[in-house]
Design a protein around this ligand. Structure first.
Ligand SMILES: [Zn+2]
Length: 262
């Protein structure tokens, strides 16, 4: 395990403390290191079920949101919480090799045959992050749905139409827009900004997410990718600055009404 360079981490903490008055005890207890940023450890996690884990310092806020949603008739549940580097690597390689279909924002299948390796990487990045650069590594980002709004045999696709006004999860979407900020959550992919597609199911817990976001280090990511068996490695590493600018650092800013814990 190698730790992030001290200087960016300290400046991240200082910026964080100045921008939002969050307890220093909470931050220090996070022990943020590059293994957490890259999804190469589970030291920061709490398992909410056998397969779903979240950041342990997000548990109280998440539980409070779930309980309030329940009183409003919504069974808020996580479809995807923490995801490891290796899991993200598998998802990436399956898409790059054509084992898993790739879709565009309209939900149409993309044929990888006529794409250059760089075009293929961009098509994947619309919905899937590079291993080492997924916000799901941090444990404070979750994809949510509500099983009680779906029929029993419904297969969740995590596609925008499901969360739209006409979709089966419209009630959840509206509820999240009105209430998620009260528990410290925001939508980093609220709208398409030329990078990752709109993801109305993806919530991020601001007090933790902003610290991880600032601790992200492109050199550390490049090292991790170089030591992995990621497909398209050459073209990814060659274009890593552009990819970081367009997909990793290009998230929607949290609205000022997001309430942080005291
Ligand atoms: Zn997500």
């Amino acid at each position: 395990m190698f730790y992030v360079h001290i200087k960016p981490l300290v400046s991240a903490l200082v910026n964080h403390l100045f921008s939002h008055r969050v307890s220093i005890v909470m931050l220090v207890s996070n022990h943020i290191n590059s293994a957490q940023v890259l999804g190469q450890t589970e030291s920061h996690l709490h398992y909410v079920s056998e397969r779903v884990a979240i950041h342990k310092n997000m548990k109280n806020a998440f539980d409070a949101m779930v309980n309030t949603a329940k009183t409003d008739g919504i069974e808020l549940r996580i479809a995807s919480g923490f995801r490891s580097f290796n899991r993200q690597l598998m998802l990436w390689n399956n898409k790059f090799s054509g084992k898993t279909p790739i879709k565009n924002m309209a939900g149409d299948l993309i044929s990888p045959d006529n794409l250059s390796p760089l075009e293929l990487a961009h098509s994947i990045l619309l919905y899937s992050a590079l291993p080492g650069a997924s916000r799901h590594h941090w444990g404070c980002d979750i994809d949510v749905y509500a099983p009680n709004l779906l029929s029993e045999d419904y297969q969740l696709k995590l596609e925008p139409w499901e969360y739209s006004e006409q979709g089966p999860l419209a009630k959840l979407s509206v509820w999240l827009i009105h209430h998620a900020h009260k528990f410290g959550f925001f939508f980093p992919y609220a709208s398409f900004q030329g990078g990752v597609a709109n993801e109305p199911w993806h919530l991020s817990y601001l007090p933790l997410a902003q610290v991880y976001q600032q601790a992200f280090d492109i050199k550390v990511l490049t090292e991790a990718l170089n030591s992995s068996n990621i497909q398209g490695k050459d073209v990814i590493v060659e274009n890593i600055e552009d990819i970081a600018k367009r997909y990793i650092n290009n998230v929607c800013i949290a609205p000022s009404n997001v309430i942080l814990p005291k």
